[in-house]
Design a protein around this ligand. Sequence first.
Ligand code: GLU
Length: 492
Amino acid sequence: MTDNSPTPKVRTRFAPSPTGFLHIGGARTTLFNWLFARHHKGDFVLRIEDTDEVRSTEDSVTAILDSIRWMGMDWDEGPSDLTQSRGPYGPYFQMQRLEIYRKYLDQLLKEGKAYRCYCSKEELDAMRRLAQLEKRPPRYDGRCRRLTDKQRGELETAGKKFSVRFKMPADGATMVPDLIRGAVSFENKLQQDLVIWKTSDGPTYNFACVVDDHLMEISHVIRGDEHLSNTPSQIQIYEALGWSLPRFAHLSMIMGPDGTKLSKRHGATSVLEYRDQGFLPAALRNYLALLGWSTSDSQQIFEEDELISKFDLAGCQKNPATFDPVKLTWMNSEYIRKTPVPELLEMAKPFFAAAKVDTAKGPALEKATALEREKYKLLSEIPGLVSFFYQDKVEFSQKAMDKVLRQPGVKDVLNGLRDDLRGFEPFTEKPLEDRIRKFCADKGLKTGQVFHPLRAAVSGRTDGPSLFAMLEIMGREKVVSRIESAAALLSA
Ligand code: GLU
């Protein structure tokens, strides 16, 4: 089949239902839509599908918008705050579009492509139970589709509440042309007459979604494969309304490391939890890009521009992707390593505030942070690893106390070091190293007998950054006074 129609402008959308936080799967869907739009210099639209009045919340809208913003993905059209939106196809909150849906509902009713269904919840439940008993798929049996005008009139006169169902073809098949999976065929007899308008007087997802994707001129519907089974009904609705189809791409499912569908059991699932744990947005983005997509050379780390320039749907796999927290953490440490320290510190600010590390008193934070940059896996670890520089009084770990400081001869070593370093110039890494090594040789001590107590005395710890670089950054005054305090503690 050749398609001679001009290629439409690429317009993608992410259309969350605001019934919870933005989870890893939703973030991956957002990312793929955003990358695809940016790659093709198209538009990325954000649409809030808030028609589930019971479960939709403003908190959820806030969390979703915050998550997408935090991940550094901008939208060209969509919400500007909790109720307002901007863009030529707005509004972008479905609850503000009810009149639009009503118009197309009326069209379908008028053309006999949809019908009012007066079945009560009890009747529908009974229908479902019977189907279960008879081991049939639990579908609506179509009884209101067959009502006579007279019966319908009576129900109307009785003021019976109704929903509206879409007439699905009874036989044949609906083919979903999918850019990732190829053609997927669904037997129509297995689909039921779908409710497109609820008794509570509003559209259902499948209906509103089709109307909006069409009116918003969405060229590519890229979404998780849990929606693949909705697509045949949606395609039937497009056809009933006389509209051409967008392209569809259903992204592979995301599994946890144990091979079951990713869920809370596997740990954090919300984007904001990852932010709060100390992941970098760029690292999470890079990691999520590889959940179901790859380049032919299996590149792992991408610059942002590179992700945009290399992303395509041809590289998307239909097999499930596995979410691997260990790999994500590794990627985060790679990003920490390549991010300039001032930027890292800007992002780590909330963690410093939470850890109550007052960095005003002490060495320049940039220098302290740079010392151990290779070790950080999470931004949240940074305050804890540099905090000793800023303590008024060194907090000694149990290990530093028992294994190092409380060993025979340590007090003398510390007193000797204090005298040796008190007037020492220049107090910089290399000269310090030479001087302290000479101190060891002069006293006939092994380096370990001096280095370990010195580290423990000034930092309270048994491990940490390179000793001499750490001394330089701490500065002579603090080093000498800390050695003195530790020695005094041992005398006490
Ligand atoms: N509101 C739907 C959801 O959050 C969107 C599905 C779609 O992308 O069509 O799952």
